[in-house]
Design a protein around this ligand. Structure first.
Ligand code: SAH
Length: 350
């Protein structure tokens, strides 16, 4: 039985579920969840991410990681952790760029935090013996400074949605229509502290994103280091329905094919970073375009063109995709969570 039919049967028996519960099932249901069964990244798959747009992205994150390690005083051991590493491209490009700093590579113990079995298989194919795996950050041992990177992880973490109606706030839930098909509906909710919000305004709240912000903040304060979280999302608190399902690069109805499409919400950077600060960590935020520019993406593109002049047009398009304001440059943000007492590279004034 498809996940759509299973969810409909469960909702018929037990009542509507929150958007967060729906997302979690669509992404991680052991039998039919998108990441449990069919994550398809890349041009032939369902969605594309910055590391798959260009090798420059992972290379510059590698430049950043080496510089962060140096700014921490070049500790003899550091844990280099990637959460949600997808097909492993970012880490592969990062480690290649880091070859310019053999002492960093000698110090770094590389961990991948991955919940998707099919993606672990792909990561193993690309990265082999060089890495270890964990199912959660808590499973990665502490005690030495941490350098954590994650691209497009926060957007997979489920959020609840609240909608302003004429009579107050209600929770958007997934229930059934008269024919028994999955349909959005409204349920009673506690009133949110925005009495003046216009009717139709949607407020998203991700307990999972908040919890990750707290966990990373606490960990970074304890062990020292920094976490670089890159994702599309908001820089300031605000209203908006950002639930999106992507299948073969097309936006599709999130309720139509549960488990067969990637399902995301915007990263809630204000919430994640304030959760980290509540644990005593410092934070900063740049647009992806600004972050990559500060790390020298323009010079990197020129160097690639010098090496492969026949690729100039392709490299130019890739650069534009990563940094242009109307592409990934502004909607995508680079957030930093770091231990007090130093300034991570690229974020000195952010
Ligand atoms: N970072 C990669 C992949 C992004 S896709 C890239 O930029 O190409 C999202 C990644 O997060 C996948 O690896 C997915 O398996 C992982 N993921 C999704 N939900 C997760 C969770 N709750 N905990 C840890 N990883 C998760």
């Amino acid at each position: 039985m498809s996940l759509r039919k299973r969810l409909a049967a469960e909702i018929a028996a037990e009542g509507p579920i929150s958007v967060a519960q729906f997302m979690a099932r669509c992404l991680h249901d052991p039998q039919h969840g998108y990441y449990a069964t069919r994550p398809a990244l890349g041009p032939d798959g369902d969605f594309i991410t910055a590391p798959l747009v260009s090798q420059m992205f992972g290379e510059l994150v590698g430049v950043w990681a080496v510089a962060a390690w140096q700014a921490l005083g070049a500790p003899p051991k550091v844990r280099l952790v990637e959460m949600g590493p997808g097909d492993g491209t970012l880490m592969s490009d990062l480690l290649r760029a880091a070859r310019m700093a053999p002492a960093f590579l000698a110090a770094a113990e590389v961990w991948l935090v991955e919940v998707s079995e099919p993606l672990r298989v792909r990561q193993a194919r690309l990265l082999g013996e060089a890495v270890r795996w964990a199912g959660s950050l808590a499973e990665v041992p502490g005690g030495v400074p941490l350098l954590l990177v994650a691209n497009e992880l926060l957007d997979c973490l489920p959020a609840r949605q609240f909608v302003r109606t004429a009579t107050g706030w209600a929770e958007q839930v997934v229930g059934l229509d008269a024919e028994g098909a999955l349909a959005f509906g409204l349920a009673n909710a506690p009133q949110l502290p925005f009495p003046d919000a216009p009717v139709g305004a949607v407020w998203e709240q991700s307990a999972a994103q908040d919890a990750l912000g707290r966990e990373i903040g606490a960990r970074i304060v304890q062990d020292g280091g920094a976490a670089l979280l890159i994702d599309y999302g908001r820089a300031h608190p605000g209203f908006g329905d950002t639930l999106q399902a992507l299948r073969r690069h097309e936006k599709v109805d999130p309720l139509a094919t549960p488990g067969e499409a990637d399902l995301t919400v915007h990263a809630d950077f204000p919430a994640v970073l304030s959760a980290a600060r509540a644990e005593g960590a410092e934070t900063g935020l740049l647009t992806q375009g600004e972050f990559l520019a500060r790390l020298g993406v323009g010079e990197r593109a020129e160097a690639l063109v010098r090496a492969r002049p026949e690729k100039a047009a392709v490299i130019g398009r890739q650069l534009n995709r990563l940094v242009a304001a109307d592409q990934m440059g502004e909607l995508f943000k680079a957030a930093i969570i770091y231990s007090p007492g130093w300034k991570p590279p690229a974020f000195e004034d952010a």
